[in-house]
Write a protein that binds this ligand. Sequence first.
Ligand SMILES: NC(=O)c1ccc[n+]([C@@H]2O[C@H](COP(=O)([O-])OP(=O)(O)OC[C@H]3O[C@@H](n4cnc5c(N)ncnc54)[C@H](OP(=O)(O)O)[C@@H]3O)[C@@H](O)[C@H]2O)c1
Length: 297
Amino acid sequence: MILVTGAGGQLGRELLRARWSDGAAVCGYTSAELDIRNPDAVGSVVETLRPNVIVNAAAYTAVDRAEDEPDEAEAVNVTAVKTLANAANHVDALLVHLSTDYVFNGTKSGWYTESDPISPIGVYGRTKADGEQAAEAAHKLLTLRTSWVYGALGSNFVTTMLRLGAERDELGVVRDQVGCPTAAGDLARAIAAVAAAVGYGTRPTPQRLYHLAGPDAMTWFDFARAVFASSSRCSDIEVLPIATDEYPTRAARPANSRLDSSAIRTDFGVELPPAVQSIANVVHELESSPRTATNRI
Ligand SMILES: NC(=O)c1ccc[n+]([C@@H]2O[C@H](COP(=O)([O-])OP(=O)(O)OC[C@H]3O[C@@H](n4cnc5c(N)ncnc54)[C@H](OP(=O)(O)O)[C@@H]3O)[C@@H](O)[C@H]2O)c1
């Protein structure tokens, strides 16, 4: 049994539709069904289901709002993670916890590996960094740092680009931040593969922390152009490269957050598909499905 928290989010929804091998049953709880800040509720669900694996896809992910709501972000991204780790220990489950590229400050010129020092520059990144520490209370742990998550289920950069592309003739997009776009569906399938590879918690993992992100690095500007190149509806829009300071945001973002995912590829043979392919798949799904095409950010 796999328990998924945050099952209404981008990754959570994809985890529920991923194919899990060995007939593993997956049980997802949205925030309304299970608030991970409530230790009694978490304890009760975990005691009842007695999962082998808990995938924590729940998080406070509003990067800008977190600057004004640090306590709210900390409650979900740190305190609740400790609760989940303790609950996992109680039933001897593997905790699969998700973290972020925003634990880095972005000043490194190359790709970030798991051994690089973390130094978050915003509240969201700080709480996620503290959440990694909180997850360390789990006896069986896989913390997976990912980045720039997008998909057909939820609101994200791709859904925003498609919406703006339908409204405007030109669009300025930041050209001086670089990262690795990661499709939520690819990430969910990779998590399922890694969980199966460790026997759903019955075999030890070589490391407790891995990077797991899309293999290709690009700027937001390049990402936008890839979205429009795949779009059948807004391929005429002109995308203009702009600097970060021309698009001020409440929270600072790392200028470079390229995640090197080679360790998980070496240890588990897991590698996400090329960005161009995954972006095209998501754009196609958004533009061909009336249900997902109504996503708004
Ligand atoms: N999105 C990205 O670009 C990105 C990048 C790097 C890492 N990550 C990490 O990847 C993971 C998955 O992110 P995502 O993109 O799937 O985020 P998401 O779409 O924002 O989903 C997060 C989910 O967590 C739920 N949640 C919030 N507070 C909760 C609580 N107290 N109890 C239970 N559920 C709660 C939210 O429910 P409500 O909507 O009802 O609040 C939402 O469904 C997170 O750990 C995130 O930090 C994401």
